[in-house]
Design a protein around this ligand. Structure first.
Ligand code: A2R
Length: 318
């Protein structure tokens, strides 16, 4: 039976991916860094700080997974500016600890590393959708740490470790922190509707164009990438992208149109990133051709469910 170790299982993506892995019939062990992971009946849960090398070895020694999906990371760009050491320690040294543990304990395991489209950085200035051969020119500590981790993975791949690197573009959906733009908009609209916030939405850069994906589509891609463990020759790096450019303003307009409240918009300079790119869109030909993956959930459906979820959460806060 295929046995997956999922790091970062208690995060935004991890929770959705766990459901999909279980639905697909995988045995799953969840690694969570928090002392209070979301309880899941019948699921093997281990507490693991990936910055602890010996704990990584002990975890793999006990679990002996056939597959690993490595999501654990500092995943928020502004946090990476505020806490660069934490970011580098977690994203780079944490990944190295995991790779060393794989090499020692489960050298035949197949690993999917969740990197990020952020690694392309400066290359997005070209204003065209980027494929996997585009230069990686990070412009923030988060992206640089993910690229450094990619290099570490590439080195271990050369030494015989099996796996792939995924570069997901902006994924959104239920459970995402309001530190991220779509969740922030949906939360503010829900607060306004319930009278808990004045009818003004605080926004950052609305003109930026991004490649938005539903988190369920991204998780479906991770699942399909796991299937490459049965394939001899395959590419190492995969964009997970839709190829569609969406203005943040259009996302806001769509969410506001789904509300009956009368809402105005105000720029909050604190929400502007020190290094924002106007256009960040990916080509998805490789994953489409190799795995026949494509995004399935329409954006307006994702946004509707996001807003519905925030209405419930805001109501529950009373
Ligand atoms: O903060 P916690 O306790 O919920 O755990 C986070 C976990 N994490 C760690 N796990 C083990 N050892 C660490 N030192 C450590 N530091 C953080 O990674 C959290 O559960 C998870 C990341 O979840 P999110 O921040 O919600 O990220 P998301 O959106 O699920 O992204 C998944 C992956 C990340 O590697 C992104 O950079 C990538 O997809 O694109």
């Amino acid at each position: 039976m295929k046995h997956v170790l999922l790091t970062g299982a208690n995060g935004f993506v991890g929770k959705v991916l766990l459901d999909q892995l279980l639905m697909a019939g995988y045995q799953v062990s969840c690694a969570c860094s928090t002392s209070n992971p979301t309880p899941r009946v019948g699921i093997d849960q281990v507490r693991l700080d990936i910055r602890d090398a010996s704990a990584c070895v002990a975890t793999l020694e006990r679990i002996k997974p056939t597959h690993i999906i490595h999501l654990a990371a500092i995943s928020h760009v502004p946090t990476s500016f505020r806490h660069p050491l934490l970011t580098w320690n977690t994203n780079v040294l944490g990944s190295l600890n995991l790779l060393e543990a794989i090499k020692q304990q489960t050298p035949d395991a197949f690993v999917v590393f969740a990197s990020s489209s952020e690694v392309y950085g400066e290359s997005f200035q070209s204003g065209v959708a980027l494929d996997e051969t585009s230069p990686c020119l990070p412009i923030n500590p988060y992206a640089a740490s993910k690229l450094a981790a990619e290099l570490a993975f590439e080195q271990y791949f050369k030494q015989g470790i099996r796996g792939v690197i995924a570069r997901p573009f902006n994924h959104i959906g239920l459970g995402q922190s309001p530190d991220f733009v779509t969740a922030s908009f949906a939360r503010q609209i829900a607060l306004i509707e319930s009278g808990k916030q004045a009818p003004v939405i605080q926004v950052g850069n609305l003109e930026a164009r991004r490649d938005f994906l539903d988190v369920r589509d991204v998780c479906a891609a991770y699942l399909q990438l796991l299937g490459l463990s049965d394939v001899q020759d395959h590419p190492r790096v995969f964009n997970i992208a839709s190829g569609n450019a969406r203005k943040i303003r259009d996302i806001l307009d769509e969410l506001v149109s789904q509300s009956t409240a009368v809402i105005s918009v105000e720029l909050d300079p604190k929400r502007l990133r020190p290094s924002d790119v106007p256009f960040a869109v990916g080509k998805c030909d490789r994953i489409r051709n190799v795995l026949s993956w494509e995004p399935k959930v329409p954006l307006n459906e994702t946004l509707a469910s996001l807003l519905a979820d925030w209405r419930l959460r805001v109501e529950a806060e009373q």
